[in-house]
Design a binder for this molecule. Structure first.
Ligand SMILES: CC(C)(COP(=O)(O)OP(=O)(O)OC[C@H]1O[C@@H](n2cnc3c(N)ncnc32)[C@H](O)[C@@H]1OP(=O)(O)O)[C@@H](O)C(=O)NCCC(=O)NCCS
Length: 166
């Protein structure tokens, strides 16, 4: 499955990540660590997790997708149908030199289409709070906050849960 963008100024092709893309996953993660910003994602976790998802894609319910500009991986995101019409989106990350070019919007639209095609009536996600950029993005993309809870792993941190009808 792949799709190209025509509306945004930055042209990307979105497709499923496979084990053959792991070099690009590492490159994206390393670039993020060397150019941190106020919205740096726990990129080491992203690298580890995407490796797991990409390597086990056929077995896992969750799939990892990437947005590419040519051969260059510029954004990632995972989608999983959870059952009962609910989908889960995670690991949305855009190369921090290419933000505000519509790449995340394009990628999330792709993830939502994937979830709809797999029987999901709504998409849910969590993001770490407080992250103002992240929250702006999800609210602009049509998600509503449904609550907050303590982060399951990191003491003192919390996550914001969101949902959107598909
Ligand atoms: C959040 C993130 C994915 C957005 O990626 P992006 O490609 O820059 O987003 P888009 O260009 O598609 O932005 C779509 C809209 O989101 C909002 N938005 C995105 N970045 C924003 C920012 N820094 N400040 C305010 N609003 C912002 C805007 O409304 C924007 O539309 P506009 O540019 O027409 O005003 C990116 O900043 C990122 O990777 N952050 C780190 C990882 C992260 O937080 N991921 C989400 C975890 S679940």
């Amino acid at each position: 499955m792949s799709s190209s963008s025509s509306r945004q100024s930055l042209e990307v092709v979105v497709r499923e990540l496979t084990a053959a893309d792991l070099g690009e996953v590492s490159r994206l993660a390393e670039a993020a660590v060397s150019t941190p910003d106020d919205n740096t994602y726990p990129i080491v976790t992203l690298d580890k997790e995407l490796r797991g998802v990409a390597e086990n894609a056929p077995a896992a319910n969750r799939k990892a997708f990437g947005a590419f500009m040519g051969d260059r991986l510029v954004a990632t995101g995972c989608a999983a149908p959870l059952g009962d019409g609910i989908g889960w989106i995670s690991r949305v990350y855009v190369d921090n030199t290419l933000r505000r070019g519509g790449i995340a919007g394009r990628l999330v639209a792709f993830l939502e289409t994937y979830l709809k095609e797999h029987g999901c009536l709504s998409a849910t996600l969590d993001f770490w709070g407080p992250r103002h950029t992240t929250q702006h993005f999800w609210l602009k993309t049509g998600y509503a906050r449904t609550g907050t809870r303590a982060h399951p792993k990191f003491q003192g941190a919390f996550v914001v849960a969101c949902r959107k009808a598909l």
